[in-house]
Design a protein around this ligand. Structure first.
Ligand code: S3P
Length: 426
């Protein structure tokens, strides 16, 4: 993809596609419900397609009519043995959340993925699910393919302190608990997205939280509902940063999920000096939603503390772009989890932004970025990582000429209309 630098602000109104995390969960939880669900504004992307295919292959009737998805829930015990291994492609959320469901089934299953997903850590779910009595094995006990066989007895609930801040691990345990006896408690020392808790609760399950402990009762049975998936704040973040760094911008992004466990990017950008307003706040199926109004503003470097990292984990590539164009130094602390994403983002952010002329250093798991006025144009590699492709494309708008982004088709993982939306504004 070739991208020219831009001198004119981004002005207008856009929407972004449905939230990826909420889309996955809406397919999973409505499939396991008794009764039917209707899902509107579901994200149509390669990752979510993997989750839809997985449940269709286990006998769930999911059809699209008039832009809505109709899911005929089969109940917790109604899934059928899939005829072939479940291919999760590039989707970590599909692989990890599905593992939590499959350990409770009365049939064997195999989960596979593409080259990148097959390198990502799965021991983080194998360990707690095994503690619950699941029969789950991975290659070298930590990678896909994963083989799951039915456990003789019912699964047991656990009390588990998350060793890594991961919503996917938390969600796998919550879903497995629906097939267990007793009550599970999960201690979360760093905040991560709480969409599974919110959606289970919305579907009538007994989930609650006190301070940093989440409880779920195994007697919970989800019941079909109507869902409207809010716009994805991660997808919105590329345009929030673009409007902030490009002079003359005044952009409204309608209908975006502003769940506080996801909106760390807004908190941090505001601290850096961004002009971001949230209007028309409302709630849709237990998720807060609003319209985001962004105007250009000069940014200043800040320290991004490790406690907030979980609430903006997917936005660090675009935050690093914003930091590269800020006055002063930004420190992004303890971003180790970035190593385990669709690419090793700690390295890919460092190498590609350095090529762009950013003053960036990596110290252990910290990124230290000193802002510059303008970035270099050139050829940059996304390493087939969707979030890198989008972040680099926005950075290229501030380059000193035409840039080329390699592996740009990866945007299909989460935001297939990204370039169309960008083009409509430029
Ligand atoms: C996700 C959780 C995060 C995030 C991913 C989606 C989810 O991963 O990076 O894009 O939907 O639960 P981790 O749980 O591995 O941090």
């Amino acid at each position: 993809m070739k991208i020219n630098s831009i001198r004119k602000g981004l002005v207008g109104e856009i929407t972004v596609p449905g939230d990826k995390s909420i889309s996955h969960r809406s397919i999973i939880i409505s499939s396991l419900s008794t009764g039917n669900s209707i899902i509107e504004n579901l994200l149509e992307s390669e990752d979510v397609e993997r989750t839809i295919e997985a449940f269709k292959n286990m006998g769930v009737n999911i059809i699209k009519k008039n832009n809505k998805y109709y899911v005929e829930g089969v109940g917790l015990k109604g899934l059928e043995k899939p005829k072939k291994p479940i291919d999760c492609g590039n989707s970590g959320t599909t692989a990890r959340l599905l593992s939590g469901v499959l350990v409770g089934q009365k049939f064997d299953s195999i989960i596979v993925g593409d080259e990148s997903l097959s390198m990502r850590p799965m021991d983080r779910i194998i360990l707690p699910l095994s503690k619950m009595g699941a029969k789950i094995k991975g290659r070298m006990n930590k990678h896909l393919p994963i083989c799951i066989s039915p456990s003789q007895d019912k699964l047991k609930s656990i009390n588990y302190e998350l060793p890594v801040a991961s919503a996917q691990v938390k969600s796998a345990i919550l879903l497995a608990t629906l097939y267990a006896t007793g009550k599970t408690s999960i201690i979360e020392n760093k905040v991560t997205r709480d969409h599974t808790e919110r959606m289970l609760e919305y579907f009538g399950c007994n989930v609650y939280r006190t301070n940093n402990v989440i409880y779920v009762d195994s007697n919970s049975v989800p019941v079909g509902k109507k869902i409207y998936v809010p716009g994805d704040i991660s997808s919105a973040s590329y345009f929030i940063v673009a409007a902030t760094i490009i002079e003359g911008s005044n952009l409204t992004i309608r209908n975006v999920g502003i769940n506080p466990t996801r909106s760390g990017i807004i908190t941090v950008l505001r601290k850096m000096g961004a002009d971001i307003k949230i209007v028309n706040k409302r709630e849709l199926n237990n998720e807060p939603v609003g319209d985001i109004v962004v105007k250009h503003a000069p940014l200043k470097g800040i320290v991004v503390d490790e406690q907030i990292i979980g609430t903006l984990i997917d936005e660090i590539p675009i935050l690093a772009v914003a930091a590269s164009l800020s006055e002063g130094t930004t420190v992004i602390k303890d971003a180790e989890e970035l190593k385990y994403k669709e690419s090793n983002r700690l390295e890919t952010i460092y190498s590609e932004l350095k090529k762009m002329g950013a003053n960036i250093k990596m110290m252990g798991n910290d990124l230290i970025i000193e802002g510059v006025k303008e970035l270099n144009a050139g050829k940059f590699d996304s390493y087939n990582d969707h979030r890198m492709a989008m972040a680099l494309s926005i950075a290229a708008l501030k380059g000193n000429g035409q840039s080329e982004i390699l592996g740009y088709k990866s945007v299909n993982i989460s935001f297939p209309s990204f370039y169309k939306t960008l083009y409509s504004l430029c």
